[in-house]
Design a protein around this ligand. Structure first.
Ligand code: C2E
Ligand code: CA
Ligand code: CA
Length: 578
């Protein structure tokens, strides 16, 4: 195909020279000087930090690379250059003869290779000009359209377009977005061992394995022979991203069979987030690529965030998750118990079981810190069963200690409803513990039932038939609609502590509490107020005929032995037995 001449521009050549030696830079410039077609605007760059800044902030037509400059593997560095410079041609220069070095460097992504021995004015000018013109041609819309898309690949323009759309959605919705750039380590050896076609099949299989672990809304694209890009939308925090990273890593860990041989690959992942790493597709891609390049320095599958703060927090979350897995096995979890007082009789009606983690290094860790990790990793399911088991054990014990009739309330997480064997497992636990199920109460939030309301309702009914009762937790904070409580076997609502603590500070809190109590009572549902800390709060709730109170005013959550003491002190046993 011939192109009209005016599409090839002959203006100033912007050259970036990556070499540690200034004399080298001067020499290369001297070789170009005097050529009528080139009036080079050359920039010297001796190290990697400057290189990244330069490439990100300035545009170059051709990059001349002295092969001694790289931060780890040469091929990874070339890949980084390719993405960071948006595919600018790289002319590699080193001491070895072309026959020795050129095939390797060019296979890794360099556009051309020159040996120092043969480097003269003529060869250097010819190579630079050739790359410059080729780049200009490639930039015209004409050739872009003509480019075919190989199997499973996505065209670069299409990819940038999708990324751009995702960024716009994130901007509109005020969400964070993460771009993951994944590059298979040492794909060249895989290519050499299995041949191009088989390696390509491996890559396609790998991509589908990775895809399997992603959410519907996330998009995965193959953007190069050994590269994938994943766009994760609606990211709340680094936890969401680590969850995806974990899934990607475990997909990579799965061996893939080619030619009857089981192959396990490792990869490097770079993560850049909007808005932290920029708000244009080019910036996000460059930064994800830079992070990926840094991840190449760690052996095996590894990842890096462009944003350091996110990197630290993601690493922290993943460690926490591993520790938590260990905690469940290693008996580091413990239940604390917070009494609930009946306002009419001033007796302890029951206790809420609250998880604590005795971390070997960090001491006692509160649930707000680790429950979200447990929920997102799915660990909450086995942990949740452990909590019910433990609560049943204490329930059994409490009767023997002289506190029969004490209600044990356990929190259920939304994530536990994802376990399709939930009712069956809970049934098995209470059957084995042989407890009076009417003394077991499960606390759940409205959002727990939002995911799959029909399934959640069925679970509640089945468990309710076994005698278990339900409390609606944090009431007033969700999209509460007391009317839909009628359809559920709920016998108690717990007014969220934020309303109780706003008493005396906001008139709205009083109205809300009054409304909740009167509506609940009209539906024969009891009310517990949480977070009661002061006499005034207590008095207000008493006037409104709130049924029960839970809060620091009476007692904080405490270990089992302390609870037994607390109950004994209040002379609980006699009252409850009557
Ligand atoms: P929650 O279910 O709303 O539990 C009540 C929280 O309020 C507890 O925090 C309790 O210590 C705290 N609290 C009670 N009285 C007062 C008070 O007077 N003032 C103040 N400022 N706070 C009070 P905790 O133990 O840190 O638990 C936090 C949350 O962690 C719980 O909120 C619950 O959502 C979750 N959680 C705890 N244990 C479990 C569990 O076993 N499973 C699940 N899924 N979640 C749990
Ligand atoms: Ca609760
Ligand atoms: Ca609550």
């Amino acid at each position: 195909m011939t192109l009209p001449l005016e599409t090839v521009r002959h203006d100033q050549l912007r050259l970036l020279v990556l070499t540690p030696d200034y004399a080298d830079f001067l020499w290369l410039n001297a070789l170009l000087a005097g050529d009528p077609d080139i009036s080079p605007d050359s920039t010297w760059c001796p190290d990697l930090v400057d290189c990244d800044d330069l490439i990100r902030n300035a545009a170059f037509d051709v990059i001349v690379w002295n092969c001694v400059v790289h931060g780890g593997s040469e091929s990874a560095f070339l890949q980084y250059l390719a993405v960071a410079s948006a595919g600018r041609p790289v002319l590699a220069i080193s001491a070895e003869a072309p026959g020795v070095r050129a095939p390797e460097v060019c296979a890794s992504g360099a556009s051309d290779y020159l040996s120092r021995q043969q480097l003269d004015q003529w060869s250097f000018r010819r190579a630079v000009k050739c790359l410059w013109y080729r780049g200009q041609l490639a930039n015209t819309a004409h050739t872009q359209l003509g480019k075919g898309v190989a199997s499973g690949f996505i065209n670069r323009d299409l990819f940038f377009d999708r990324l751009n759309q995702a960024i716009l959605r994130a901007q509109r919705g005020g969400h964070r977005l993460a771009l993951l750039h994944l590059n298979i380590d040492d794909f060249r050896s895989i290519n050499e061992s299995f041949g191009y076609q088989k390696s390509d099949q491996l890559m396609i299989r790998l991509a589908s394995q990775v895809r399997y672990g992603l959410r519907q809304v996330d998009s995965l694209m193959r953007i190069g022979g050994d590269e994938l890009a994943i766009i994760i939308e609606k990211v709340e925090d680094s936890l969401n991203i680590t969850q995806v990273i974990r899934k990607v890593i475990s997909a990579l860990d799965e061996p893939i069979s080619i030619d009857g041989q089981s192959v396990v690959v490792s990869a490097s992942l770079g993560v850049a987030t909007y808005p932290e790493a920029g708000n244009s597709p080019e910036n996000l891609m460059r930064r994800a690529n830079r992070a990926m390049f840094e991840a190449k320095r760690d052996p095996g599958t590894s990842y890096r965030f462009y944003d350091r703060q996110l990197h630290i927090s993601a690493g922290y979350q993943l460690r926490l998750e591993a520790d938590l897995r260990h905690a469940l096995r290693g008996k580091e979890l413990e239940l604390y118990y917070q009494p609930r007082i009946d306002l009419a009789s001033d007796e302890v009606r029951g206790v809420e079981c609250l998880l604590r983690w005795n971390h070997p290094k960090r001491g006692l860790v509160g649930p707000d810190e680790f429950i979200p990790v447990a929920e997102r990793s799915g660990l909450i399911v086995p942990i949740g069963y452990w909590v019910i088991e433990q609560a049943c054990k204490r329930l059994q014990e409490s009767a023997g200690l002289g506190f029969p009739g004490l209600v044990f309330a356990v929190n259920l997480s939304f994530r536990q409803f994802h376990d399709r064997k939930m009712t069956e497992t809970i049934f098995r636990i209470i059957f084995n513990a042989n407890v009076d199920t009417s003394l077991l109460e499960l606390e759940l939030t409205e959002s727990a039932m939002m995911h799959d309301p029909a399934y959640a309702q069925r679970c509640l009914r089945e468990l309710n038939q076994l005698g278990i009762s339900f409390a609606l937790d944090d009431f007033g904070t969700g999209f509460s609609s007391l009317s839909h409580l009628q359809d559920l076997p709920i016998s108690l609502v717990k007014i969220d502590k934020s309303f109780v603590q706003a008493l005396g500070k906001s008139a709205g809190a009083e109205h809300i509490i009054r409304a909740i109590i009167s509506l609940a009572h009209s539906l024969q549902i009891s009310v517990v107020a949480e977070g009661v800390e002061t006499e005034n709060q207590l008095e207000f709730l008493r006037q409104q005929h709130c049924d029960e109170i839970q809060g620091y005013y009476y007692a904080r959550p405490m270990p089992w032995a302390d609870l037994v003491q607390f109950l004994n002190k209040r002379g609980q046993s006699a009252c409850l037995q009557l």
